[in-house]
Design a protein around this ligand. Structure first.
Ligand code: CTP
Length: 406
């Protein structure tokens, strides 16, 4: 999970420095704070102005700058980072790191840092395969420096071979993996359905509902924050997509089911969507006119049940969770829904005297086969975090035999 992390990005000299700009943009889009050091070599390829504009932070360049040292001493710059990424890492920068040189701001910060370091080498293939560089790389990896790339490809110098810096999206993924490694849901995959479905009557009208999609969206986010790789299948709503959550935007129940089934196998499925139970049997291709013959009538047909289909699927996720909106006998109805749909847990809402749709708060009971847990009124974000915690406990309580069978 990159969001909220402090990344210190060191941009050393090389034509690949231009890719660092794309990397900064990706890190910012994913919610990271990015501080950048541009080495003397790096500044021959990209300007401090573009780095500052994209990172929305001052750019640091000079070890002996009184201004930089007053604002942010080099020790603080190194110590406040959750991860230091050197991209591109030139042969010279790698050699300085391997030998502990500290003759500029970048190398001094690297020596003073206790944060993990990732390097993304970029150089000519002969320089990369040179014994000196390979010895330096061995030294660094033995010190737990993470290596991202280089990859094989065409070089700016006209040669082809290993030495090309990894693409920004691959570096971003490596950074993501670095942070996810120790999270409790790392390596788990989750599918979340959310929002309403719109079932067309004609090209401009539909059967729908007022679901905002907020609860499912927050669940997707909470799972991702704990390291899960999340697919969100969401009906029409005004929520903005988040980069670290793979999102399929759909309209109808049938489209939702198709996307959900395409996401199998996965470890966790949470159906928070307010799926329309019915759709028009024959939606009209042209707009229905008022005409003279009075109000139109529609034949309706049942929509597929996404939750039930996933629960009874041959590739059934290990943990399937549904929602139930009830106005009376909340727990009894939730328990019978659990049986009807074949899921493992139900989050039951009492909607008898409150409007949950579109609200930021929710009051629910987690219903499992062996008991219930009431969660008083709280933000949907907080409900999502509690549910995620329950999921983490569920997986950590699994016996080794069960885990091996997954
Ligand atoms: N659900 C689904 N596909 C449907 C209908 C419902 O996946 N076609 C899921 C919802 O996402 C939710 C649960 O099933 O997790 C709710 O079930 P549903 O029977 O629709 O609940 P209620 O609307 O509470 O049911 P009822 O109308 O029977 O009270």
């Amino acid at each position: 999970m990159i969001q909220g992390r402090n990344i210190l990005l060191i941009i050393s000299g090389g034509i690949a420095a231009y890719k660092a700009l794309e990397l900064i943009r990706g890190l910012r889009k994913n919610g990271a704070q990015v501080r950048c050091i541009l080495t003397k070599g790096g500044s021959k390829f990209i300007t401090p102005l573009s780095v500052a504009a994209l990172s929305e932070q001052p750019v640091y360049a000079d070890l002996f700058s009184l201004k930089d040292e007053t604002e942010m001493g080099h020790i603080r710059l190194a110590r406040e980072a959750d991860l230091i990424v050197v991209a591109p890492a030139s042969a010279n920068m790698i050699a300085k790191m391997a030998h502990g040189l500290a003759d500029d701001l970048a190398s001094t910060c690297l020596l003073a840092a206790d944060a993990p370091v990732m390097i993304c080498p970029a150089m000519n293939p002969v320089m990369w395969t040179a014994d000196a560089t390979q010895d330096n790389i061995q030294k660094l990896t033995a010190r737990d420096v993470t290596l991202c790339g280089p990859v094989h490809g065409d070089m700016a110098c006209g040669e082809t071979g290993p030495g090309r810096m990894s693409e920004p999206e691959d570096i971003l993924q490596a950074i993501e993996n670095h942070f996810n490694m120790n999270l409790p849901l790392a390596g788990r995959t989750a599918l979340v359905t959310a929002g309403p479905t719109y079932e067309p009557l004609d090209p401009v009208r539909f059967i729908g509902n007022r679901s905002s999609g907020k609860q499912g969206f927050e669940i997707a986010r909470a799972l991702a924050h704990q390291g899960a790789s999340v697919k969100l299948v969401i009906g029409p709503n005004s929520l903005k997509s988040i980069d670290y959550i793979s999102t399929d935007r759909i309209e109808t129940a049938e489209e939702m089911l198709k996307c959900a089934e395409e996401s199998l196998p996965c470890d966790i499925a949470i159906c928070a969507a307010a799926v329309s139970d019915w759709r028009a049997a024959s939606p009209q291709n042209q707009k229905i006119k008022k005409g003279e013959s009075g109000p139109p009538s529609f034949d309706l047909t049942r929509n597929p049940d996404v939750l039930e289909t996933l629960s009874r699927h041959s590739k059934r996720p290990g943990l399937v969770i549904g929602f139930a909106a009830e106005t009376e006998n909340v727990i009894e109805n939730a328990i019978s829904k659990l049986d009807q749909k074949g899921c493992d847990w139900i989050i039951a809402n009492d909607v008898s005297d409150s409007a949950i749709f579109g609200e930021d708060q929710n009051e629910v009971t987690l219903v499992k086969k062996d008991g219930t847990e009431y969660w008083p009124k709280q933000s949907k974000e907080s409900v999502a975090r509690k549910l995620t915690q329950a999921i983490i406990e569920h997986f950590s309580n699994q016996t080794p035999a069960l885990r091996a069978a997954e």
